[in-house]
Design a protein around this ligand. Structure first.
Ligand code: PEP
Ligand code: MG
Length: 312
């Protein structure tokens, strides 16, 4: 029993009946790699590269970027490393990119929209990624709203020799049209933090509306289900890299909705791994179905837990 407990504390993510769910880490820079490896992450599911650029008057040099990306690839030989291109603006201001005066920065020029306007920043980042590329490298764009944006990003990456190109699903329009985005992209990764912000029109920086960021809200689960179904129909992977993946019961529900990988802060990995290992894929599916049938977040959580004994 000790052996089994140890195996599930460290081994690859899987349900009790052996359905594999790679468990990956969210990181903001090379200093977080040790914790990710110690927690048994199977790779990096979200490398928030804007943290390399924060609080600096100048962007990091090409060499510094190459080093930061190479460190992650070397920490997970044979594993996946999903690097997200610069997600500046709104809650992630970048000193070296002049911020436009906007009344609603979360609805303004942030993420990919910003990246697109600064070709020299894009060239430096995609160039650094292409220079260190190994088979495990995946590159993805934040804040993609349309198939046109997905196509543009994929083309820019492929022109530089980057092969595995994805987009984040964190705007409801992208979830609604995931099918078209997946014609252009090799994979999708759902960012439930922003997806909740935009689905419920509730600024993630405003505490007064934080109840609307509850990831158990059934409308959010619907958007996840819609995206996962589109990915499964396209035969392409669909991850979740928002905070919702760090809740063990919700992680089971996400898997039940059809999500193929989960990425979270390293500290959450052991509990999520243990939660998955204790339930079958069928239990996860029933929990997901029960949650989606509810009218509120609290009912959804309670309904899911009835199918996931041992999780609270
Ligand atoms: C998200 O929006 O869910 C996400 C993973 O990205 P970030 O929190 O960095 O915006
Ligand atoms: Mg986001």
């Amino acid at each position: 029993a000790r052996q089994t407990a140890f195996a599930s504390a460290k081994g690859p993510g899987r349900t009790a009946d052996g359905h594999a769910v790679p468990l990956l880490a969210n990181i903001g820079g090379p200093s977080e790699l040790d914790d990710a490896v110690s927690a048994g992450a199977e790779g990096v599911g979200l490398y928030r590269t804007e943290f390399l650029f924060l609080d600096r008057a100048e962007p990091p040099s090409a060499e510094e970027q190459r080093r930061a990306y190479r460190a992650a690839l070397e920490a997970f030989p044979g594993g996946k490393v999903v690097v997200r291109t610069l997600d500046g603006g709104a809650d992630k201001p970048l000193a070296f990119l002049p911020a436009p005066a906007e009344p609603n920065p979360a609805l303004g020029e942030r993420g990919l929209r910003r990246f697109r306007r600064f070709p020299e920043v894009m060239d430096a980042q995609l160039g650094a990624l292409a220079a260190v590329a190994s088979p495990g490298l995946q590159v993805m764009a934040p804040m993609v709203a349309t198939a046109e944006e997905a196509g543009w990003f994929a083309q820019e990456c492929r022109a530089r020799g980057l092969r595995d190109v994805g987009v984040m699903i964190e705007i409801p329009s992208a979830a609604l049209r995931a099918r078209e985005l997946l014609v252009r992209a090799d994979f999708v990764s759902i960012g439930t933090n922003d997806l909740a912000q935009y689905a419920f029109a509730a600024d993630r920086q405003v505490g007064a509306v934080s109840a609307l960021h509850d990831p158990w809200l059934p409308a959010l689960l619907d958007l996840v289900a819609m995206t996962a179904t589109a990915a499964s129909d396209a035969g392409k992977p669909c991850g979740v890299c928002g905070e919702s993946a760090a809740d063990p019961a919700l992680a089971c529900v996400l898997v039940g909705l059809g999500v193929s990988t989960l990425s979270m802060g390293a500290a959450a990995l052991p509990a999520v791994r243990a939660g998955l290992a204790a339930h079958t894929l069928d239990q996860c599916r029933r929990a997901a179905e029960a949650a989606r049938a509810q009218p509120t977040a609290a009912y959804a959580r309670a309904a899911a837990r009835a199918h996931l004994p041992g999780l609270d």
